[in-house]
Design a protein around this ligand. Sequence first.
Ligand code: AMP
Length: 296
Amino acid sequence: MSLSFSYFAQNFNKKMEIFKEIEPLKKRLQELRSKGQTIGFVATMGALHQGHISLVERASQENDIVVVSIFVNPTQFNNKEDLEKYPRDLDADYSLLANNECDIVFSPSVEEIYPIPDTRQFELGSVSEVMEGKYRPGHFNGVCQIVSKLFAIINPNKAYFGQKDYQQIAVIRAMARKYMPEFLGEIISCPIKREADGLALSSRNVHLSPEQRQSALLISKTLFKAKEMSDNGENQKSIVSFIKKNISSDANLCLEYVEIVDKNTLLPITTTLKNKAVICITVYDGKTRLIDNILL
Ligand code: AMP
């Protein structure tokens, strides 16, 4: 039995198609492609917010059809508790997407994606080993497993990823180059969507208490100030020590790492920072792990 159905947005009489299985989705996309339609793709883990929607909007501006996947990928979680408590609300996600520019949703089960365990190992060198790679062992291997599967199923003309996960984009580019030479889609990086007060939107923000939410604000504030310092010619060492001091001033926050790295290689940078570097930061706010970054 094929599991696909249509969803009518509440306020707009727009039809959005939902697929749970790979083969019917591939068939539908082939049909659209044969009519000359271009496909833009946004991969998500659901619990959607305006950050995700900003990617959907961009995809809709640049393609005929927008496909969004919703899949909480178990292989990219190196912490079981984190996977279990990851927020999930498919109905709210469908509704939000149907009321935005999404045409097709792919929300498969874990069994559909991994009928047998995926044992592939992606060897990408330092780009996947520093920062998140170091603190979340196995995380990027899981990201490569799911993204390579999704690219192969959807075969988009363009795929959109948020700069919020800065290192992830570099890893996905490296993975596609090395392991999917047949993939001709363009990988597009989109700006970080922030709340009015600066906090980067994240599905994990729902875990923050009001007090922790207030503390979280210090992360983006610190990054904005750090950029200002860099613009004024301050050196890397003083910027890093400013960031460490600022973050440690809030009792709810615990810095995991902050690094200023080359914006392309993600390796430590020794030359001038301006236009060449990115500051990447990960902070625990209570038990919630928040990441953010800023280009210099
Ligand atoms: P996730 O559901 O967290 O896996 O995110 C799916 C995609 O949305 C990834 O490409 C993220 O980088 C992107 N994304 C998440 N939050 C934001 C944000 N605040 N601004 C822009 N893109 C985002």
